[in-house]
Design a protein around this ligand. Sequence first.
Ligand code: GDP
Length: 365
Amino acid sequence: MEHPENSGEYKGLVVNAGIEQPSSVNPYMKRKPRKRQLSVAEYVEGIVKGDVTILSRAVTLVESVKPEHQAIAQEVIEKCLPYSGNSVRIGISGVPGAGKSTSIDVFGLHVLEKYGGKLAVLAIDPSSERSKGSILGDKTRMEKLSVHPASFIRPSPSAGSLGGVARKTRETIVLCEAAGFDKIFVETVGVGQSETAVHSMVDFFLLIQLAGTGDELQGIKRGIMEMADGIVINKADGDNLERAKLAAAQFRNALHLFPAPESGWTPQVLTYSGFYNLGVKEVWDMVYRYIDFVKDNGYFDYRRNEQSKYWMYETINEQLRDSFYHNPKIEAMLADKESQVLKGNLTSFVAAKNLLDTYFAELKG
Ligand code: GDP
């Protein structure tokens, strides 16, 4: 094309015509085919064979909120149940910064080296959806374990209420066990209700504490210490060693305040350093001593049965709640009832009764 600057006026200046811009769409790029949905039988077969890719996909279904995914997931779980249960499940809790990731990395390597088998690291982090920050069980935080061929690390499911998140983790345990993972760690942040949820799905609850944080008392207040089968004081290294030992003594004293646990096992308090790998063997010797102890006295099976019962009721509660709050009539009425209660026009009980009556009438209708 003729360019104005090529006119005789601008001597010595030549502007060539440009080339036509190519399309921004790469014609050589092939569309990635969508993954074919597997059948229930294919999922189960893959899982039982120990295929980690299929296991991951099944866990994704468990975590999905789509009803069609849930339907498949529930069938897969049911078919995996006969292959599950044969594991040691350990809950690991501690406030952010207590050293959970550092510790799980060394704990995991230790148990795999000493006891063999396969380890799955799962997590319950009810805060992860909001903060997007501490998605527990994240591979990047467990450098060595994440590249170990016998490990499977899965971050916390993020959608939904604590009960929902916990249920998904509990279902994931079943799948992992069916895939041959005979050691399961369930990690949780030591803040709030998530410990109770973890406690209700593990055989041993390990509480990681730090020296001198005043947590000795907070733990008592929040009822977390009562759940612990073992308390371990991390960062017992360098200058901190003496303080850690002192904290251990304080925790031992504090534990005397509680009634003896049902298991017949006296919770132990140990110090260790995850970072320097000191005292890790002693921590795991304790955990396995406990497992032997409760398998001998029958508490192991008793606790698992109690947990199954708990999850049955939890699931009922959760689904009833969901069904109620997602009912369109209820959704339409709820805000108005709430504001009437706040204004004092209705008592809480009458408002609740109106809503429940409406809900039950809907079910019948
Ligand atoms: P999390 O938030 O509980 O997962 O804790 P991290 O594992 O991320 O650890 C928090 C910080 O404590 C990091 O800076 C770690 O390097 C440090 N840390 C963890 N374990 C130890 C330990 O045994 N000794 C010392 N001195 N520092 C540690």
